[in-house]
Ligand binder design. Structure first.
Ligand code: SAH
Length: 256
């Protein structure tokens, strides 16, 4: 049986940080703020775009999933996220992985469009229904994130539970799941990356900006398209504050 490695020691100093974004609209504002420069492709068969730079004491590698050449849209969802997470860990050997992006929020948990959430507790999968004995935990994910209250404070962000699935819209069963687990942010990538980081023993945090409200009658797709640029701009402000805090002087995983 394979054992899952322990997450990095809380004493590990954070020197190399990998930032994973699904969509260019989400990631480019931070590339510009931090003046990261584009690097050669990480792999000839992958569409991921790689940007890198240094902020104070930390080096940054930022991957965006890139575009599916068949349809010209960004590669979103858990398969692209898993691939990006694994190749990033192998290529960059990060001390910390941050998955940044947008999410659906919840009025029931006090969420508003433009809010920024830093992950807490476990990341979940909400759309995996496998009624077979023994598979419930694998289906639900429950991959722990690294506690990051101080990082959240530095970013001016809230803390909340992030749940991941491969659809933008929401079923009534999923709404019940979100209430049961007090989910604050619904996305399409975080838990997939939490799983890779958990398997590889790399500390992981998700940072998500609310573009739409899941428990609101307006379809998520309409609110998402209307709010994507504004929410991504707010996300990049918070991310810049967080990265500058991380690079201000050497910080350990336990300081997050
Ligand atoms: N039609 C859009 C599709 C974006 S899908 C387009 O291509 O322009 C939504 C992306 O934003 C995903 O990467 C996901 O992580 C995040 N997201 C934002 N709101 C979401 C929601 N309500 N549910 C799930 N993911 C959401």
């Amino acid at each position: 049986m394979h054992t899952i490695p322990d997450p990095d020691s809380p004493q590990t100093t954070i020197e190399r940080i990998t930032l994973l974004y699904a969509m260019e609209a989400e990631g480019m504002p931070l590339v510009e703020r931090l003046k990261l420069t584009e690097q050669p492709a990480v792999d000839p068969n992958l569409t991921q775009r790689h940007f890198a730079g240094t902020v104070g004491t930390v080096s940054i590698d930022l991957l965006m999933n890139g575009v599916d050449p068949r349809c010209g849209t960004d590669r979103i969802g858990t398969d692209a996220a898993t691939l990006a997470g694994f190749i990033a860990i192998r290529k960059f050997a990060p001390d910390l992985v941050i998955n940044a992006g947008t999410c659906g929020g919840f009025q029931a948990r006090g969420g508003c469009v433009g809010d920024i959430y830093v992950s807490e507790g476990d990341c979940l999968f909400h759309d995996r229904h496998i009624a077979l004995p023994g598979f419930a935990l694998q289906a639900r994910g429950q991959w722990p994130v690294t506690p990051a209250k101080h990082l959240a404070a530095a970013m001016g962000a809230k803390s909340g539970i992030v749940s991941t699935g491969n659809s933008l819209d929401t079923t009534p069963e999923e709404l019940a799941f979100f209430a049961q687990y007090r989910v604050a942010a619904k996305d399409m990538e975080a838990c997939a990356i939490a799983q890779v980081c958990g398997q590889c023993g790399v500390p992981f945090v998700a940072v998500k900006a609310v573009t739409d409200l899941v428990d609101h009658p307006e379809p998520a797709s309409e609110a998402f398209l209307r709010n994507l640029r504004t929410a991504s701009a707010l996300l990049s402000e918070s991310m810049e504050r967080g990265i500058r805090w991380l690079g201000a002087h050497p910080r350990r995983v336990g300081d997050l």
